[in-house]
Structures are given as C-alpha cells and as structure tokens.
Design a protein around this ligand. Structure first.
Ligand code: FES
Length: 573
C-alpha cells in the first residue's frame, strides 16, 4: 500500500488534530477504516431527471462504488450541474464551461485522490473532462452508453436524425401530424444517450480513442448488463491508477488527440468534436488546432455505417465489434499512434490489436468504406478568415463545389419568421446564411446551423441546400452545412457583412469559402455595421460573452485554459 503521506486525501483525513477531527467527524456514517489512508475516489455524477440521457446514472455509480470498495478504495459520489441537451435553453453549450468550473473546483476543494467521471448527454462529456484535466488527478471516464435502437412501423429510427427527416416530411406534406406524433413515442425506448453517431456517441468514442475509458466504453448499450460490469471494472481500476499515479495528463497527450481525430473520421463523428477537443486540449496544454483536424482527418475513410452519415445505430455498432474493431483497422493502416497509453495501463494497440469485426456492413473495411476521406473539412477564405467546418460524409456530393446567391437571416428568430414565406426569394441554388448565433452572439453557439429548408423548395423534392452559419449543429443532423464560421458575426466577423444576393463560392476540395464582394465594398459595409444588442445584461451570460473564445479556439473561457493542478487548498478551520 502506498504510504499515507503520498495521498492527497491524507491532508484532510490523516491528522490527529482539530482539523482531522472535523474532516472525519462529519463523515462518520462511514466506518473508521475508510480513514486509514486508502485512496478516496470521487465519482462525479451528472444524474438528473432533466437529463433523460443520464437518468440511469445512479445505478452506474453504485457499480463503480462496488469496484472501488473491492479494490480497497473509499468511494464518494458527488453531483455536478447536469446538462440535458433537449431541455436546456438557450443551449446546453452555454453552460459547458460553467460545468467544467463546477467539476474542477469540486475536485480541487475536496479530499479526492482519483476521479471517475460519469458522462452521457452531449456536453456532459467535454465539460467533465475539461474540469478534470485542469486538476490532473488519475481519472477514468464511464460513459452512460447509447439507448436501444428506435423502432417505428417495422424499421429502425435514429435519435435526432429521423426527427429532422420527419420534420421536413411534414413540411413537404408527405407525413401527417398523427404519424409524426407516433414516431415520437417510438424513438427513445430505454435509458441512454442518442443512439445515432451524434455528439454524445461521438464524444463516447473520443473517450475511448483518447484512452480515457475502458475498451468498449463507447458502444455498449446503456441497458446492456455489460455496461454495469464495465462500470464495476472502472471502479476497481481507478484505485490502482491512484497507486500508480497514472494522471490524466499522462493519457491526454498529443498522440492521444491525434488518435481521437482519426477515430472521429473513421466513425463519421460530429462536428462538435472539433470544438470540444480543442477546448479539452487547451486544459492539458496540448497544442491542437483546426488545421490538425483537417490535415489528420483527410486520409481517414469513414468506416462506420451509422446515421446520420449511414444506415445503422449504436446498438448495431456494438454487436459488430464496437470501437476496438475500428481502432484495429486504423492501426493496421498506419493511422494510429499505437503506443498511446490508456487508463487500463495498456497501450491502445494492446487493447485493440485482436479486436474482431463481426459485421462488415456496419463496420466497413478500408477497401469498401462508407465515404472516402471522411473526417472534417476546414474551410477558409474572406468569409471565414479563422476557419469554418463541414462534415463531408453528411453532405451532398453535388454541393461540395457550389456558387449561389445568399439568403441572409440575422437571427434564428428572423429565420423562423421568414423561412415559410412563399414570397421569400430562394431556390435550391441559394445559400442560406444564418448569423449572430456564435459563441458571443446567441450566446452559447446553439445547434441551429442545420436550418430546415424552405417549404417551397422541399415541395419540389429538394432534400439539401448549402447552409452557412456561425452556429453549431447537432451531431445527429446532416446536409451540406458549413458551421463554426470564425470570427462570428456578433464580434464583427465577415459573416456580418453579407447582403442578400451576394454570391458565395464554396469549394470543399480546395477548402475555400469565398464571398464575391470586393474588399472596398466590404470596408464600406463595415463602417455601417453595429454590434447586435444582447437581451440579457449581467449575470452569467455577461461573463460568458466577455470571456468566451471563438469557435476555432474551442469556445472555452480564456481564463480557464491550462492545467492548474489539484494542489491542496488552504485549511479554513
Ligand atoms: Fe442527450 Fe442526445 S439528447 S445525447
């Protein structure tokens, strides 16, 4: 057993004086031996009935505790603010950085030697990892797992993806409201997060690819007994990690992020992974930027045939072999840093080198990919000097090179007010532009970039148009959607200067996003531009607007970047 003085928690529980009395006495519902110098393991729980994706986390926490007790540790569960993607307004992203602060200060302020992060719904994963990374204690992530496949009228339906599809069908007049309502009852059939390759599944894949979770963390369904067994193993393992002093900074290396970017390309992951990974890397002081996403992902084919890019769902992915089969394929094709360390003490290659692929329809092989050169395309030009992103596997190939006139919406409210107007001047060649929805503008950068198409275009059977915004989009969404335009319109980025009818030129193979308006005219328009007013003054929203960085920097708060370590805060008694 590691000597008591080497454990951080000894500073609370190890002294014989008044302070030790206070720290122990208020926790005397636990037996005396828990204060004998054993590792104290914090279990950071995002359970909430308002976060339905994480509603089963109490049981997962209990299984983690069993493992911690068995391994000779002392488990202590603590709550942090939970972020339910479907309920929180204006957007859960507004609170990601706040939750990361909650996590960081909860860990640092308490007698914790190692931490297990229970993550599920979209923002809960990056928020918890960002907070823990700024503390740098031994850390394991246990994801909650995807829900079971949706089942509607004899076929599988996917979270989010089929909501967008059916909503368009209702607008186009090809689906009735009763049928739409029936589909609503058939989509979310169990505990767990969205079972498409949306942001939650993508982030669970990132966790496994980064080495922060045990093998199969990404895809075991939430309601599968093997999810509970994995939580149990994580509880055992975190105690050992404390003894080994295997801190999160030893896992979250640049090589781990490179692996995660390539895995994202192979699974057809969400554009949100770009922004979250840059924010997470910022906390560990690993150099990572938008160019890494473009250059590292370019050679990676999308292998995983899941919605929204493909056909299947996370349950199918697990039965086909899950993420280890994908990582093995990358490793065999020289697209993996094989020596990257993972939380179980083995390298990522040791974990995955023998992983089977049981279904090559679901997990394609490199000679039959779902999409060649998957990954994320980073576009630049006079409309996005600091970059914008697009997910080629979710886009329409015929729109990847396109010129068309802009139809501009100044806000999401403006879009809702005018998009159904039969007199709106728009056709399938138009480029829909939505602005003032970036980190500062909304604030919080909501997932509204995949604006629905105008009904009059939909009714003509058109399924996709080019859309551009400084917003994000749900990872479950699809289409030729250019997102995260930086700098955003609300801080005076060029998107603010686009007029209706301006020609926008998009060339994804050349990574170009160009507004065909002269510099002189843009300079004139800039003189006329005024920043939008914000409805809410003061409070957290004002702090957020003042200190949030742009999308290309991860939209973290500037003052949160970096690892501050856990340290041991001063005694207060
Ligand atoms: Fe929670 Fe999709 S709404 S993961």
């Amino acid at each position: 057993m590691t000597p008591k003085k080497q454990l951080r928690s000894t500073a609370w529980f190890g002294s014989a004086d008044k302070d030790g009395f206070i720290h122990r006495s208020w926790m005397r519902s636990f037996p005396d031996e828990v204060f004998d110098g054993r590792p104290v393991i914090g279990i950071c729980n995002t359970w909430s009935e308002l976060t339905p994706c994480n509603a089963h986390f109490r049981e997962i926490a209990e299984r983690v505790k069993r493992g911690v007790w068995e391994a000779g540790g002392f488990p202590v569960e603590f709550p942090v603010t939970s972020l339910g993607e479907t309920n929180i307004r204006p957007t859960a992203m507004l609170l990601r950085n706040l939750v990361s602060m909650d996590v960081e200060e909860s860990i640092r302020g308490n007698p914790i030697d190692g931490v297990v992060l229970l993550c599920g719904c979209d923002k809960t994963t990056p928020a918890l990892i960002m907070g823990a990374a700024s503390c740098d204690l031994p850390t394991i992530v246990v994801s909650g797992g995807p829900m079971l496949n949706g089942k509607f009228r004899g076929r599988d339906i996917g979270s989010g993806t089929d909501v967008w599809r059916y909503s368009e069908e209702v607008k186009a007049g090809t689906m009735g409201l009763a049928e739409f309502r029936e589909a609503e009852t058939c989509m979310s059939r169990s505990a767990g997060h969205c079972m498409t390759m949306g942001t939650a599944s993508t982030m669970a894949c990132m966790v496994e690819a980064l080495g922060l979770g045990l093998p199969h963390n990404a895809a075991i369904p939430a309601s599968d007994s093997r999810r509970l067994v994995m939580a149990h193993h994580a509880g055992r393992r975190i105690v050992q990690m404390v003894h080994e002093d295997l801190r999160i900074s030893k896992i979250l290396t640049r090589e781990a992020f490179v692996n995660a970017i390539r895995v994202n390309g192979a699974v057809g992951g969400s554009t949100n992974a770009v922004i979250h990974s840059i924010a997470m890397a910022g906390r560990t002081e690993v150099e990572l930027d938008l160019n890494d996403w473009d250059t590292l992902g370019r050679k990676v084919d999308t292998l995983v045939n899941l919605m929204p890019s493909g056909q299947f769902l996370m349950e199918d992915f697990y039965y086909a072999g899950g993420l280890p089969a994908v990582i093995r394929s990358l490793g065999e094709n020289d697209l993996l840093h094989r020596h990257a360390l993972t939380v179980n003490g083995k390298t990522i290659w040791e974990n995955c080198c023998d992983a089977p692929n049981w279904n090559t329809d679901v997990i394609r092989t490199p000679d039959n990919p779902l999409t060649e050169s998957g990954g994320i395309a980073v576009l630049r030009g006079n409309l996005a000097p600091d970059g914008a992103v697009l997910k080629p596997s979710a886009a329409s190939p015929h729109l990847l090179v396109h010129r068309g006139p802009a139809v501009v919406f100044d806000s999401i409210e403006d879009y809702h007010a005018r998009i159904d107007d039969p007199d709106l001047v728009v056709d399938e060649n138009s480029v829909l532009v939505l602005r003032n929805c970036g980190p500062c503008g909304y604030p919080g950068m909501p997932e509204v970039g995949n604006m629905g198409l105008p009904p009059k275009v939909l009714r003509r059977g058109i399924k996709d148009m080019v859309r551009i915004s400084d917003a994000r989009m749900s990872g479950t969404a699809y289409g030729t959607v250019i997102l995260h335009v930086a700098p955003e319109a609300a801080v005076g980025g060029p998107l603010a200067l686009v007029n209706n009818g301006d020609i926008i030129d998009i060339d994804v193979p050349q990574r170009r996003l160009h507004l065909e308006v002269s510099d002189d005219v843009l300079a004139e328009r800039r003189l006329q531009w005024t920043a939008p007013e914000h409805a809410m003054k003061g409070g957290y929203q004002e702090l957020y607007r003042d200190r949030v960085t742009q999308a290309d920097k991860g939209a973290d708060f500037d003052f949160l970047k970096g690892c501050r370590g856990a340290g041991i805060p001063r005694e207060s008694h």
